[in-house]
Design a binder for this molecule. Structure first.
Ligand code: C2E
Ligand code: CA
Ligand code: CA
Ligand code: CA
Length: 275
């Protein structure tokens, strides 16, 4: 038994070590990437089912790693969040998103993801003011996507920050809606502009009887509160049709388009998906 325990312990220690080493390397590479500007924004259309038109794009960060090629944000955003590098990276995302969106037609907005650590930064609001001013993007064309994990910290302070951001004229969207613990209490305390229904709910549409009812409940609630709804991860026409009939206003997903490089954005706007 002792032998077993020892063996397991050693195995465990080695893998922890390996994981720590990997993170340290990723952190070093990320620092270099920030310095060298190795990031790029991709854009994925947000499409209005009701108006049958493209309303905006979500900016999604991409990292071109010198040896490893493209690295997914799923891998490096959590590390950046842990080390604090998310602050300069997040600032770059906002500035770059504003800079690009200002060249799009009026009425086409840009949504950016704001991580929890970035949200709690005392200079977030002034940085956004600056990014809007230097780009010339009207505030109502910028949307901030935040997740309910920001409420884990001091709720009063979080609400203060949200109201402060709202007063700049930007819109605030609650991302990954339905995946946290008590989304409903947040809706009572802050008037979000939009709910993003998480793709885990969309995936079940047409497969699971309850899935439609959940979408209907969310859209009914959002309508009653005067909040927009968008479903993410929409991959096929059947899902889109169910979402439309259950009252969801907007969709985003591979059905419309994968995230594209900025050179493709104007082409997508011009085509409006052939509608
Ligand atoms: P998210 O905010 O939930 O973004 C949606 C993710 O779903 C994106 O992955 C998008 O490419 C992917 N997606 C879009 N349509 C479909 C679909 O039809 N099917 C499937 N299976 N997936 C779809 P991506 O670009 O890899 O980003 C992953 C996550 O990384 C994002 O999840 C977001 O949490 C984070 N992230 C991305 N860019 C940024 C950023 O600039 N700042 C911060 N803080 N986080 C970011
Ligand atoms: Ca998002
Ligand atoms: Ca999501
Ligand atoms: Ca998310």
């Amino acid at each position: 038994a002792k032998n077993d325990g020892k063996g397991n312990y050693h195995f465990f220690e080695a893998s922890l070590d390996e994981e720590a080493r990997r993170r340290r390397q990723l952190d070093l590479d990320l620092r270099r990437a920030v310095r060298d500007g190795a990031f790029e924004l991709y854009f994925q259309p947000l499409y209005s089912l009701r108006e049958e038109r493209l309303k905006g794009f979500e900016a999604l960060i991409r990292w071109h790693h010198p040896e490893r090629g493209m690295i997914s944000p799923v891998e490096f955003i959590p590390v950046a969040e842990e080390t604090g590098l998310i602050i300069p990276i997040g600032e770059w995302v906002i500035r770059e998103a504003c800079r690009q969106a200002v060249s799009w037609p009026d009425g086409i907005s840009v949504a950016v993801n704001i991580s929890p650590k970035q949200f709690s930064s005392p200079v977030l609001s002034s940085m956004i003011v600056q990014a809007l001013a230097s780009s010339g993007l009207p505030p109502e064309r910028l949307e901030l996507e935040i997740t309910e994990s920001i409420f884990i910290a001091n709720v009063q302070r979080t609400l203060g920050t949200l109201h402060g951001l709202r007063s700049l004229g930007v819109r605030i969207s609650l991302d990954d809606f339905g995946t946290g613990y008590s989304s409903l209490s947040y809706l009572r305390s802050f008037p979000f502009d939009k709910l993003k229904i998480d793709q885990s709910f969309v995936r079940d549409l047409g497969q699971q009887a309850n899935a439609n009812a959940i979408i209907r409940a969310i859209t009914t609630l959002a309508d009653a509160l005067g909040i927009e709804t968008i479903a993410e991860g929409v991959e096929d026409a059947q899902q889109a049709e169910i979402l439309r009939s259950e009252g969801c206003r907007q969709i985003q997903g591979y059905l419309m388009s994968r995230p594209v490089a900025s050179s493709e954005v104007l082409k997508l706007i011009a085509s409006n998906f052939g509608v």
